[in-house]
Design a binder for this molecule. Sequence first.
Ligand code: ZN
Length: 336
Amino acid sequence: MPEGHTVHRLARTFHDLFVGQTLRVSSPQGRFADGAALLDGQVLVAAEAWGKQLFLGFAAARAGATAERWLRVHLGMYGAWTFAGDGSADVVHAIGAPRRRIGERETVPAGPDDPGTGDDWEPPAPRGAVRVRLLGEHAVADLTGPTACEVITPGEKAAVEARLGPDPLRPDGGRGSRDAARADFVERVRRSRVPVGRQLMDQAVIAGVGNVYRAEVLYRARVDPMRPGHDVPASEIGGMWDDLAVLMRDGVARGYIVTTRPEHRDAGGGAVPPVAAGRARRRPRQNADGEPGAVPVEEAFYVYRRDGLPCRVCGTPVLTRELAGRNLYWCGTCQG
Ligand SMILES: [Zn+2]
């Protein structure tokens, strides 16, 4: 499931590609035809993320307009946006390639998509069950497989946001200031006896953290995931907020998650312990490998999907168990 860094990256991409433009909105698959009709021909005036929620704001007029309707999208486990553009410099800068898919991972298909030269650009035909297509002046965005895709009012958007916890990637944390957001997170965790490893997956406690950031921030803080929230010192919880703010901003910049410090990575990538073929299939998937300067996925994490492999710091085999519906990974020694 995409975590907050991916959704904030999507908001940035929509801002760069489409904000200020009149969009053609359609539902090639047909399931969102009524919603698309409400937005078709309107101007995209805002693109925002809060945790895993993406909000695209539409208005009838361009100049100084505030959003009258919002498209709310939650990608869930299987959703993805696929972008294609006409090859103009701004588009390539925003999406990194003539055609790019942003979901659980970012991928650039190896197909012969011709970016064209601008004037003669025709958007590619929709691939798969495209719930909604947004077509602007130089680019197109196709949404497939979302958990949520609906048109809502500003009031309904506010109601959705009121149920969300603070978001380390929002400029004000979603609480008016970074300090207030940090304090709110600490207070929410501390007032509950629910294990901290479960609370980190609760979008009402902190918005945008998913299974990778949960495991990795607990490891980096050396916190036992099963420890009740009210037993964890406030300084350690606040430290996790600060760490998440750094890690998630780095994730926005890279387009993928890296939590390992250079000194804890396997030199040159050749020292990774061999794994059975069946395990290799379960390795984390992302598009880091092969890009210049990228951290290979095998070296990107301390514990996530490294169960059975030696801890990068102490050598103890990494453990796993189900917690809050997803597999948790941790080191029983470092986080004891
Ligand atoms: Zn360890």
